[in-house]
Design a protein around this ligand. Sequence first.
Ligand SMILES: NC(=O)c1ccc[n+]([C@@H]2O[C@H](COP(=O)([O-])OP(=O)(O)OC[C@H]3O[C@@H](n4cnc5c(N)ncnc54)[C@H](O)[C@@H]3O)[C@@H](O)[C@H]2O)c1
Length: 277
Amino acid sequence: MAYNLLKGKKGIIFGALNDQSIAWKVAEKAYEEGAEIVLSNAPIALRMGTIRELAEKVHAEVIQADATNLEDLENLIERTMEILGGKVDFILHSIGMSPNVRKGIDYDALNYDYYHKTLDVSAFSLHKVLSTARKMDAIKDWGSVVALSYVAAQRTFAGYNDMADAKAILESIARSFGYMYGREKHIRINTVSQSPTPTTAGSGVSGFDKLEDFSDRMSPLGNATADDCAGYCITLFSDLTRKVTMQNLFHDGGFSSMGMSYRAIEQYEKSFKECPE
Ligand SMILES: NC(=O)c1ccc[n+]([C@@H]2O[C@H](COP(=O)([O-])OP(=O)(O)OC[C@H]3O[C@@H](n4cnc5c(N)ncnc54)[C@H](O)[C@@H]3O)[C@@H](O)[C@H]2O)c1
């Protein structure tokens, strides 16, 4: 059911790779809610993924941009303002990638070139998007920017590796820029800390299926899906959340407030019985 929450609004959505991507679901919902959007992703994702299908469905143009490259970002923003006929109301940053995770390199032995790449793609890119948008005065007053994060920014999760550091920086960038952009233009910037979600990036984390199961058992409401996440992002782009900024907002079925649940104890007891003393 649509509520016209984004009627007349325009936005840029980064990070739709395929129909599992969180950004894909956000794009579909933004369109349903009346927004006009431009989709962007890295050149390789345009070749490997299925973003063109999404573009057709939501009547959007696709503009390629490596979100770590300032020239690409300038071009994207310039073309977006031409296509949409002016400044945007919202931006979704749904970008993450760690070569260390991809190559199975453990945290104590990180490859530092890869580590830099992880931080550049997954965190500094938010700074670059915001800085470019600000320089080009591309976001309307009272606009809204959302980036996706994970609770590993606050707590240690085995296997999440250098992405935990990237998410901690990402959340900090949202606060620091949120202060500047909020004072100047009332633009709000938040991160949404999402449950484990079976996407290309999510499934790359070592032991993802166990993490997803554990998280679901620990959460009173169960894991939030990509669709649920899209709904939450839409509210943050809407005028109903105009005074929410510089927050890391947990969207995780309650996981981040739990210590232990009966469902997790039950599962733990099973394996405990099987273990010799
Ligand atoms: N899946 C999960 O469990 C989960 C949980 C919490 C947060 N998140 C975050 O959600 C966001 C979206 O991930 P997803 O789960 O939808 O997976 P996904 O793999 O569908 O999306 C990740 C996107 O990042 C893009 N990307 C990578 N390098 C880029 C670059 N240089 N320039 C531009 N784009 C680039 C990819 O092309 C891809 O579209 C990420 O920030 C991820 O960390 C995911």
